[in-house]
Design a protein around this ligand. Structure first.
Ligand SMILES: [Zn+2]
Length: 249
């Protein structure tokens, strides 16, 4: 099993368990069962919200084909009309926006445990799914939940199709998409992840300090290049995996 440090670090500033605010309507206890669709792929059958069904199908297929990770039936689920365990808060499973994969080898536990290839986790994240393995108090490595809005699905589906069409990769490493996952542009242009990069550049000594406004402009570009120079990276202004790792460290 890969150590936790092999995986992409927990992304900052992502609002989870707020699906209603993201435009998905009500969850538990007013579950919208009629809005679920069945996905039969990678040897399993799961129910998820119909809008994300093609996305989940593509990711399940890519999980097996590209990362060689066997998705197992009997321990892989989607929709469940319930609260988060031990709480009165609706689970993302109650919207059909979460999926648990291979529960036996990825148990919810006080100590982190997962047999998933790190690249696979990076792929799901790149396609809009936050990983339960990132939870601070009780890691839940089987769990992936969609943190996008309905309007984000087509972009994430396009990203998933791109992953699926790539060559099979080794089961190690953080995957080819370990940069800013929700908006994969190089350099990123705008959005939450840019705010995170700006915050990290400030922590890492950007002078003058950057405004954390989520806009990738000349000042952020200059600060990134200065950081790359200090970190002995290639000074190209490109926000790639190495720069991301150095900034996240
Ligand atoms: Zn779950």
């Amino acid at each position: 099993m890969p150590p936790r440090s092999d995986y992409l670090p927990r992304p900052a500033g992502i609002a989870v368990n707020n699906a209603q605010a993201r435009g998905w309507g009500t969850g538990w206890p007013k579950c919208q069962k009629g809005r679920m669709a069945v996905v039969v792929r990678a040897g399993v059958k799961v129910f998820v919200r119909k809008e994300i069904a093609p996305l989940v199908a593509t990711l399940l297929e890519a999980t097996e084909k590209r990362y060689g990770y066997d998705v197992k039936s009997g321990q892989t689920w989607g929709y469940a009309c319930r609260a988060i365990r031990g709480s009165q808060k609706p689970s993302n499973h109650s919207w059909g926006l979460a999926i648990d994969i291979n529960s036996r080898t990825n148990p919810m536990s006080a100590t982190f445990k997962s047999d998933m290839p790190p690249g696979m986790v990076a792929m799901w994240w790149n396609c809009g799914f936050y990983w339960g393995g990132w939870y601070r108090t009780r890691p839940d490595a089987m769990h992936f939940e969609y943190v996008g809005r309905p309007g984000d699905v087509s972009r994430h589906l396009a990203a998933a199709r791109k992953h699926l069409s790539g060559p099979a990769t080794k089961a190690t490493g953080r995957g080819e998409f370990s940069g800013p996952p929700l908006r994969l542009t190089r350099p990123p242009t705008r959005g939450d992840r840019v705010t995170w990069v700006q915050e990290r550049l400030n922590v890492k000594g950007a002078a003058p300090k950057l405004a954390t406004d989520g806009v990738w402009g000349p000042k952020t570009d200059a600060a990134l290049r200065a950081f790359q120079k200090r970190a002995h990276l290639v000074v190209d202004g490109i926000y790639g995996p190495r720069t991301h790792a150095a900034l996240a460290a």
